[in-house]
Design a protein around this ligand. Structure first.
Ligand SMILES: [Zn+2]
Ligand SMILES: [Zn+2]
Length: 102
C-alpha cells in the first residue's frame, strides 16, 4: 500500500505510514469498519470527522451536566421556610389596602 502523501510503500497491516505517519486506514468510530479513506464510512455512512466532533461535544455536555448536579442547591427546609414569605407579603398588602379603604 502506497502512502498518499510521501509515496512510501507500506505493509498492508500498518494503519499509519511508517515514514510520515499519515493515516493509511480509518476506523469508523460507529461500526468499527476499517477503510482506506476518511470522510464518510463506506459501511454505515457516518461522517467520521463529524462523528468525532460530536463525541467531543457530547462528552463536554455530559461533563457540564455533572458539574451542575454537584453544584449547590438550597435544601428542602429552605423552600419550606422561604416559600410562604411572598404569600405573607401579598396578604399584608391586601389587608393594608383594605384597611385604608375603610
Ligand atoms: Zn507517508
Ligand atoms: Zn461505520
Amino acid at each position: 500500500m502506497q502512502c498518499p502523501k510521501c509515496k512510501t510503500e507500506n505493509s498492508e497491516r500498518v494503519s499509519y505510514c511508517v515514514r510520515c505517519h499519515t493515516p493509511l486506514k480509518y476506523t469508523c468510530p460507529a461500526c468499527r469498519h476499517v477503510q482506506l479513506q476518511g470522510g464518510i464510512c463506506e459501511k454505515c455512512g457516518v461522517n467520521l470527522a463529524k462523528y468525532a466532533a460530536m463525541q467531543v461535544f457530547l462528552a463536554k455536555d455530559a461533563a457540564e451536566e455533572k458539574r451542575q448536579n454537584t453544584g449547590w442547591r438550597p435544601p428542602l427546609w429552605a423552600h419550606i421556610i422561604f416559600f410562604p414569605i411572598p404569600a405573607v407579603i401579598q396578604l399584608t398588602l391586601y389587608l393594608v389596602r383594605k384597611a385604608r379603604r375603610q
